[in-house]
Design a protein around this ligand. Structure first.
Ligand code: IMP
Ligand code: MG
Length: 185
């Protein structure tokens, strides 16, 4: 019996990789580090939807400082593999002129999404600085030299779901991160 299942055709969660208490303890540390690094700076946090929604909601509550919030929605995945194309769903880019920007994303996998977002924001806005913060960083070789400035957890190269991450839009609402398991044939 899987821990959580979507439907017979969509598989389930094989095992829990990061439970709620581990995630929250790490967010306490990340929150403290970000507050100290951005003390007295004008910070805009840009949440990459949809995957970073839960991570952002929990991390932001740990930032004891004034922040502006903005959103970007991109996608590059279909099922469990990347399409290679990064699609921007929002025509309007965050207003980051004269601001220090921290991008929050769910996971650094191939790095294509963050690379494209960094490139576009640097080209199109007059920001003061830009850094990246990801909940998860997968252990995979990357085409783009991108590491992320703040990382919640380094994880093995497995397809994971929960805590915002999806498989075909399922499992985002799980409070933990688990390894996706294909349906039995
Ligand atoms: P990229 O390959 O680093 O550009 O990652 C693009 C996006 O793919 C991430 O923001 C996630 O939404 C999605 N993604 C990558 N790996 C996983 C995974 O293991 N589970 C669920 N989504 C993933
Ligand atoms: Mg996704």
């Amino acid at each position: 019996m899987p821990l959580a299942s979507a439907s017979g055709r969509c598989g389930g969660v094989g095992r829990i990789l990061l439970d709620e208490s581990i995630i929250h303890a790490r967010l306490d540390e990340l929150g403290r580090q970000i507050c100290s690094d951005y003390a007295d700076l004008d910070l805009t946090v840009v949440i990459i939807l949809k995957g970073a929604l839960m991570f952002a909601a929990d991390l932001l509550r740990r930032l004891d400082m004034p922040v502006h919030l903005d959103f970007l929605r991109v996608s590059s995945y279909q099922g469990t593999s990347s399409t290679g194309d990064v699609l921007f769903h929002h025509a309007r880019l965050p207003n980051a002129n004269g601001r220090h920007v921290l991008l929050l994303d769910d996971i650094l996998d191939s790095g294509r999404s963050l690379h494209a977002i960094l490139h576009t924001l640097r080209q199109e806005t007059q920001l003061l600085s830009i850094k990246t913060c990801v909940l998860l960083r997968k252990d995979v070789p990357r085409q783009h030299q991108i590491t992320a400035d703040y990382v919640g957890f380094d994880i093995p190269n497995e397809f994971v779901v929960g805590y915002g991450l999806d498989y075909r839009e399922h499992f985002r609402n799980l409070p933990y991160v688990g390894v996706y398991e294909e349906p039995a044939r």
